[in-house]
Write a protein that binds this ligand. Structure first.
Ligand code: NAD
Ligand code: DAU
Length: 340
């Protein structure tokens, strides 16, 4: 089995590469990644010498490079993680989100049509469902919840999902889609809530909480997401969408307080800043379908996962210190400098 994993130098993609190489020693895993600011080759250093692994630096929007790779590798499957993934950046500059997330998906699927494929899997997000109100804890996103997006990021992901389903219906492409809630764990880029708060707290810098910090996210340990995708690509039904989430809803402010406490820092570091534009209030996944059909259940409890994650950031300072000492500083100044 040969699998192209796009975006494998990013957060979830790299964790998926590790999971697959470990679980299926006879599979060939090809990582296709153009190494944007979010992609990091050092993340993959432990697998670079693995004879079953190959790294290819190219964009999923580059039709020629993608076709060449298909001709060389004859993949059985594609798992498409590659995307611009940060909501705040999509508010600053939507264009690249449309190019990568929508047109890149088209290029990958066109190659799958041209050369043949057993499965094309699209890694999507719960953000395509929009948000839920805080005063209706009985409501959850199911696979039937209408698409209703808020940010340019979520609109680009939803557009890609529609395209994936269109390629299934029109061309018979054997596709699946997964829509997961917020992930956390090792190699999470420090622009996102949990790693940003860990890095800032360790540097005794202010912890910028948007609005009142009451927004709710449904957190899942990244390995549990990877295991769910593994099940879907092997056993999921073609043409189906699977929601992934572990019923672990938490307010942002509570997450930040846990991190502060775990690191022995003061809550005085917490600083309330201007809210994100169009900020989604609450995400909450109903994972009944993937549980009933594929037997998936999350294995890592949040209390354990967050401890493991914090420990990983303590043990791997060089990984994130290198990131935040570079171009990231300009990004941070632009996004947080005058946020007040
Ligand atoms: P990330 O930003 O950490 O990594 C994205 C990776 O894609 C990087 O390695 C980057 O270099 C690569 N990439 C970007 N543009 C590319 C292009 N044009 N060609 C090739 N490679 C390109 O993202 P992540 O958090 O790991 O998310 C991965 C996927 O999972 C995304 O599709 C995202 O929408 C989805 N998702 C993320 C979460 C989450 O909580 N992080 C939850 C649900 C779904
Ligand atoms: O739900 C899945 C999505 O989760 C994925 O599709 C996205 O790719 C991923 O980035 C994530 O999106 P969020 O916008 O939920 O994640 P983020 O870490 O950016 O923010 C989480 C919450 O924390 C959100 O309510 C905004 C808030 N926040 C974030 C940052 C970076 C802050 O209060 N302060 C911050 O500095």
């Amino acid at each position: 089995m040969t699998i192209i994993v796009t975006g494998g130098a990013g957060f979830i993609g790299s964790n998926f590469v590790f999971h697959m190489l470990k679980k299926y020693p006879d599979y060939r895993i090809i990582c296709l990644d153009c190494l944007t600011y979010a992609g990091n080759l050092s993340t993959l250093k432990s697998v670079m010498d693995n004879p079953n692994f190959r790294f290819v630096k190219a964009s999923i929007t580059d039709r020629e490079a993608v076709n060449k790779l298909f001709e060389e590798e004859h993949p059985d499957m594609v798992v498409n993680f590659a995307a611009e993934s940060h909501v705040d950046r999509s508010i600053e500059n939507p264009s690249v989100f449309l190019e990568t997330n929508i047109l890149g998906t088209q290029v990958m699927m066109d190659a799958c049509r041209k050369y043949g494929i057993k499965r094309y899997h699209q890694v999507s997000t719960d953000e395509v469902y929009g948000d839920l109100p805080l005063d209706r804890p009985d409501l959850f996103f199911t696979e039937e919840t209408p698409i209703h997006t808020s940010s340019p990021y979520s609109a680009s992901k939803a557009s890609a999902d529609l395209l994936v389903m269109a390629y299934h219906r029109t061309f018979g492409l054997p596709v699946t889609i997964s829509r997961c809630s917020n992930n956390y764990g090792p190699y999470h880029f420090p622009e996102k809530l949990i790693p940003l708060m860990i890095a800032n707290a360790l540097n005794d810098k202010p912890l910028p909480v948007y609005g009142k910090g009451e927004n709710v996210r449904d957190w899942l340990y990244v390995e549990d997401h990877c295991k769910a995708i593994d099940l879907i690509i092997h056993k999921g039904r073609e043409g189906e969408v699977y929601n992934i989430g572990g019923h672990n809803e938490m307010k942002n402010i509570d997450i930040v307080k846990i991190i502060v406490k775990e690191l022995g820092k003061s809550e005085d570091l917490i600083t309330y800043v201007a809210d994100r534009k169009g900020h989604d209030m609450r995400y909450a996944i109903d994972p009944t379908k993937i549980h009933n059909e594929l037997g998936w259940l999350p294995e890592t409890k949040f209390a354990d996962g967050i401890k493991k994650t914090i420990q990983w950031y303590l043990d791997n300072k060089e990984w994130w210190e290198e990131i935040i000492s570079g171009e990231y500083q300009n990004y941070y100044e632009k996004m947080y400098g005058n946020r007040g």
